[in-house]
Design a protein around this ligand. Structure first.
Ligand SMILES: NC(=O)c1ccc[n+]([C@@H]2O[C@H](COP(=O)([O-])OP(=O)(O)OC[C@H]3O[C@@H](n4cnc5c(N)ncnc54)[C@H](OP(=O)(O)O)[C@@H]3O)[C@@H](O)[C@H]2O)c1
Length: 245
């Protein structure tokens, strides 16, 4: 027996837009939302991967770069009426040493905030009043050693989400803050060091296992369906920030 918002088909009749939904956290959230009965709209840049995911999940798909403000705005105009939930996965900030930051990478880092505000403005018109906007930040940038740019952007996102929750009300706005998640992005960033990193996390994390994209997806769908939660930041890092300096 399951109550409202907890049943297996708890997104039945609802539409979910996943911006950056062909890999990692976005893909697993799209899969979980599909299992929960949602109609899906999935975006990413690579059209081949996008059409594979479209076929797998019966999703409508749109190929464009989230960092292109015009294409992003155009995408929102093509939506078939109001939607229920928007998840922004997709492009994240790059961890670069302070000395290696040039003006382009600094601007790109700050763009994360610009993009989030632009999406929130577009989502305000696109979301049903009962809907939600979900952003993804991270816990890694809370360490000052992550560098000034990532630290500043990471600190800004919870404040941004609290304020957006008022601007978009009664629709809800929340932030998921993962630590290490075992996704294609992590594999690309770590290269040959991936297995060693997984081992290290299994040995040191309080949960004694590595957090995967399905863990984050489960939280994302919970936040879409729990209509009491807004303006909140949810850490999901297996306790990583409790044990790492
Ligand atoms: N993995 C982690 O450990 C971790 C930790 C904390 C936070 N995060 C954040 O979580 C989010 C998702 O990360 P992930 O690990 O799931 O990444 P991922 O495995 O690389 O998947 C990213 C998805 O977004 C799409 N995408 C990437 N850049 C895009 C762009 N500019 N425009 C449109 N679509 C884009 C990708 O497809 P295309 O390449 O075809 O566009 C893919 O579908 C990111 O914001 C990341 O910073 C990840």
């Amino acid at each position: 027996m399951s109550g409202p918002g907890t049943g297996e088909r708890r997104l039945a009749g609802q539409s979910v837009v996943v911006l950056g939904g062909t890999a990692g956290i976005g893909l697993e959230t799209a899969r979980r939302a599909h299992e929960a009965g949602a109609d899906l709209i999935v975006t990413a840049r690579d059209p081949d991967r996008l059409s594979r995911v479209g076929r797998e999940l019966g999703a409508r798909t749109f190929a464009f770069d989230l960092n292109d403000a015009d294409q992003l705005a155009r995408f929102f105009t093509t939506l078939p009426g109001q939607v229920d939930h928007v998840l922004v996965s997709g492009a994240g900030p790059r961890y670069l040493p302070f000395a290696e930051l040039d003006i382009g990478t600094i601007r790109h880092g700050v763009e994360r905030i610009v993009l989030s505000v632009q999406i929130a403005q577009l989502a305000k018109a696109a979301l049903r009043p009962t809907g939600s906007l979900l952003l993804i930040g991270g816990t890694g940038g809370r360490r000052p050693s992550a560098g000034p740019l990532i630290s500043a952007v990471t600190a800004a996102l919870p404040a941004l989400v609290r304020s957006l929750a008022l601007e978009l009300a009664p629709a809800r706005v929340n932030l998921i803050a993962p630590g290490f998640v075992d996704t294609p992005l992590s594999a690309t960033l770590l290269g040959d060091g991936l297995d060693e990193r997984r081992e290290q996390l299994r040995a040191t994390l309080p949960i004694q296992r590595v957090v995967g994209p399905a863990d984050v997806a489960a939280l994302a769908v919970d936040l879409m369906t729990n209509t009491a939660v807004t303006g909140a930041t949810f850490d999901i890092d297996g306790g990583q920030q409790l044990v790492e300096g």
